[in-house]
Design a protein around this ligand. Structure first.
Ligand SMILES: [Zn+2]
Ligand SMILES: [Zn+2]
Length: 238
């Protein structure tokens, strides 16, 4: 892995060209995004739901969905809205094998984590079923989690939480179907690594929260103290 990353660093050196527009970057820039593009990124700002991180403009502390439904996780946060260039970056990371993007997206996630004052003991990526992993070749959430772990200096655990059922894709499923689809599909293998810990789960996109919820359910079942969730982007379903 280290050697592979060194190879990528040669292919895509830091501070070389903007990951959004491709223009040269002249100033020191750990995000690898030029000032023009950074200004246009769909950052989530303002008031958000205290539970799921969804932007809200009411007086309430929780969004409608969190007022109606219970979540297993304690708190979820995300940096961006899932749209525009960020949606394109995430698709490129997942489906076009642009693994180098994970490092820069993780930098944005680290800022969001720090801004929320979340203290955790261990970082756990949303796991992929072994069959899916074989098809895709890599787990994008694990790549993000690995970089995030390095940036914020919190240990990474990629072994304790596994996806034990190869569920069908969540795309085109509604909230309830997503919950049922993932039910009991995650499992904690190493309870001792999770018990009593504050765990941060990493994924690319938060849609209904059902993936995070099912991971949190397994982690809480293994005795996790608190489960926080971080994603690059939050889908706003209108
Ligand atoms: Zn740019
Ligand atoms: Zn909410």
């Amino acid at each position: 892995m280290k050697l592979f990353e060194q190879f990528l660093d040669i292919l895509y050196p830091d501070n070389f060209s903007c990951i959004i527009c491709g223009d040269d970057i002249f100033n020191e820039n750990e995000y690898c995004v030029c000032a023009e593009c950074k200004k246009d990124l769909p950052f989530i700002s303002g008031k958000v739901c205290k539970k799921c991180g969804l932007p809200i403009n009411s007086m309430a502390n929780y969004c409608d969905r969190c007022q109606r439904n219970k979540h297993f996780f304690d708190k979820a946060i995300a940096t961006f809205y899932y749209k525009d260039e960020i949606a394109r970056c995430i698709k490129n990371l997942k489906f076009e094998n642009c693994r180098y993007l994970a490092k820069y997206l993780a930098k944005f996630m680290a800022d969001t984590l720090n801004a929320n004052n979340i203290i955790c003991d261990v970082i756990v990526p949303v796991p992929m079923h072994e069959n899916r992993l074989r098809e895709r070749g890599f787990n994008h959430s694990e790549l993000l989690a690995r970089h995030l772990s390095e940036i914020v200096n919190i240990p990474l655990d990629t072994k304790s939480l596994i996806k034990c059922v190869n569920t069908k894709t969540q795309v085109n499923l509604n909230f309830e179907q997503r919950q049922n689809n993932l039910l009991n599909s995650f499992k904690v293998l190493n309870i001792n690594a999770i018990k009593g810990k504050n765990v941060l789960v990493v994924d690319d996109v938060f849609t209904t929260g059902s993936t995070m919820d099912n991971c949190a359910k397994a982690l809480k079942g293994a005795g996790a103290n608190k489960v926080f969730c971080i994603s690059i982007a939050h889908t706003v379903i209108l």
